[in-house]
Design a binder for this molecule. Structure first.
Ligand SMILES: NC(=O)c1ccc[n+]([C@@H]2O[C@H](COP(=O)([O-])OP(=O)(O)OC[C@H]3O[C@@H](n4cnc5c(N)ncnc54)[C@H](OP(=O)(O)O)[C@@H]3O)[C@@H](O)[C@H]2O)c1
Length: 280
């Protein structure tokens, strides 16, 4: 399976390229400089050159708070430009995996969001990613894969932030306990993404690691493993005002994904153990 990845130098893109190559698939990951999806012809040109069976779009404007002040750019990169990637995939009849997010929901749910559940983004980032989903779904060979709270090699993330603050001597660390979701290891996600692409899954699916936990609970586990002497103090979202509102409840229904994969999704604690070993 030949795999072409836009946003291939980002945190998830690297994992997808790495996993594809481990399987022996020819895989090409493009940086923004090489494969800027806002340029209408660029995705199609790469598809014609590389001739993939699967195109994975990991390219995105991911700085959630900056999206609030740069709405046009967010809508362009995360929304409208997905149509260029679709056109590229379509030109060869390749499958497309469009990576999306839990932020398409409003966060007021109390049970895992079904894939056909009512969306209602509360941030510009969420709105722009929802637009990207709609662009992708105009093509019948697309899979929109909603994911959440990623951590993995090659980029700063929540785990590296906690470790850095602990290393710098901050004690206690203050972390919100009123946002609940599914921390997700990019290597596990990359495996599932390629398996779903191989199974020719289409429509909307979700992938996040189990079990649901708050940022506070996740931080406690990170610190317990690496800096047991550092305390974690639970605080509220309102204690950390930020430009973009965060959904309070971000748990996705992964059971349809598990049915296609024929296995349960992995736990975030297993992912964390792998990741801590990976970064040494
Ligand atoms: N991180 C999370 O917790 C999280 C949660 C839910 C969903 N997601 C989604 O998962 C996907 C991957 O996220 P990530 O965390 O791996 O993000 P990331 O590390 O920020 O990577 C994003 C990649 O997109 C590239 N990019 C930006 N603008 C581009 C453009 N116009 N054309 C082509 N490439 C462009 C970036 O290149 P430069 O570095 O050169 O700008 C970078 O390689 C995104 O769709 C994101 O919305 C992420």
């Amino acid at each position: 399976m030949r795999v072409l990845v836009f946003g291939g130098t980002g945190m998830l893109g690297r994992s997808v390229v790495g996993e594809a190559r481990r399987r022996g698939y020819p895989a090409l990951g493009l940086s923004r400089e090489q494969g800027d999806i806002t340029q209408s012809d660029v995705p199609r040109q790469w598809v014609e050159r590389f001739r993939p069976q699967v195109v994975v779009n990991c390219a995105a404007f991911t700085r959630v708070d900056d999206c609030e002040a740069h709405k046009e750019q967010a809508l362009e990169v995360n929304g409208h430009s997905v149509a260029h990637v679709v056109a590229g995939a379509q030109s060869l009849g390749a499958r497309l995996v469009q990576v999306s997010t839990d932020y398409v929901f409003d966060g007021r749910g109390t049970s895992p969001y079904p894939n056909d559940g009512r969306t209602g983004p509360v941030s510009v980032y969420g709105e722009s990613k929802l637009l990207g989903e709609q662009e992708a779904l105009a093509y019948d060979r697309s899979l929109v894969l909603r994911v959440s709270w990623l951590f993995g090699a090659g980029a700063g993330n929540f785990v590296t932030t906690m470790l850095r603050l602990a290393r710098q001597g901050m004690n206690p660390l203050r972390v919100v306990d009123d946002q609940v979701g599914g921390p997700t290891y990019t290597r596990f996600l990359a495996r599932a993404l390629l398996d779903l692409a191989g199974a020719e899954a289409t429509g909307v699916l979700s992938y996040q690691n189990r079990e649901a936990v708050s940022w506070y609970g996740f931080a406690r586990e990170i610190l317990r493993q690496e800096y047991p002497a550092v305390a974690v103090e639970a605080v509220k979202t309102e204690d950390f005002p930020r430009p973009a509102p965060r959904p309070a409840y971000s748990v996705l229904d992964v059971s349809p994904t598990e049915a296609i994969l024929g296995r349960p999704v992995e736990t975030w604690s297993a992912g964390l153990a792998h990741y801590l070993a990976e970064i040494g």
